[in-house]
Design a protein around this ligand. Structure first.
Ligand code: DC
Length: 217
């Protein structure tokens, strides 16, 4: 494959994007960038500081003074590894809320574009194929029914010992689907030239093989 290229993986919450993207990155020997983790990191910091979405001045200042980066697969916020702190249901909702702000998206999209300009990357999120890298060499839009995604997320949370019910998990998925696809700035939508992969009746391994076959072809 020639020079630097990007692979865009978009789709709704809980479709398995990050597991899929991580495996493909390993297989191709390129970097994986989890853009959702960046919105989560910012949401985490906003919660810590008690900043709400309507305090736009404070959010703008926060963006100027916050450093979000990845190192060896870890998400780093202002020099601290925060992998486990940002995977709670509370941070999921906060990330969804702060990701609706135009100034937040503008800032993080720029950081993501810089990350993907220097080396080949596979990036997952909601707007990678539409806004971050509209010229990505490969674009996939990963979906599954809300019930199937809730089932997967619920299993994950159980394994981590989080105390939630399946119903709450489904409710949260439906709520975030709504938020993410109805916000004014870059709502979640499939790029016209992205290939949709419905994973409802596929295993993660089947999805990974399917996408890798397409890329390696
Ligand atoms: O993929 P995730 O669940 O970790 O993402 C957390 C939230 O961030 C999600 O509700 C949508 C938002 N997000 C976004 O708006 N754009 C992205 N590129 C990635 C995530």
């Amino acid at each position: 494959m020639g020079k630097i290229f990007q692979i865009a993986i978009d789709g709704p919450s809980g479709a398995g994007k990050s597991t899929i993207a991580k495996a493909i990155a390993r297989r191709l020997g390129i970097d994986y960038i989890d853009t959702g983790a960046m919105y989560r990191a910012l949401g985490y910091k906003m919660l810590q500081l008690g900043i709400t979405e309507d305090e736009t001045d404070k959010v703008a200042e926060l963006l100027e003074t916050t450093e979000i980066d990845f190192s060896h697969g870890d998400i780093i916020l202002d020099g601290q590894v925060i992998n486990n702190l940002i995977r709670t249901p509370e941070i999921s909702m906060k990330a969804s809320a702060c990701s609706a702000l135009g100034i937040v998206r503008k800032h993080l999209v720029k950081v993501q574009q810089e990350m993907g300009a220097k080396k080949s990357v596979i990036m997952d999120g909601r707007d990678i194929g539409t806004d971050v890298f509209p010229n990505a060499r490969y674009k996939f839009f990963i979906t599954a029914t809300a019930e199937e995604r809730a089932k997967r997320r619920y299993r994950e949370l159980m394994e981590k010992g989080e105390n939630v019910s399946y119903e709450e998990t489904l409710e949260s998925i439906i709520q975030r689907d709504y938020n993410d696809s109805h916000r004014e700035v870059s709502p979640l939508r499939k790029a016209e030239d992205a290939e949709e992969v419905d994973t409802t009746d596929m295993t993660i391994d089947e999805v990974i093989s399917y996408i890798c076959d397409k890329i390696e072809k």
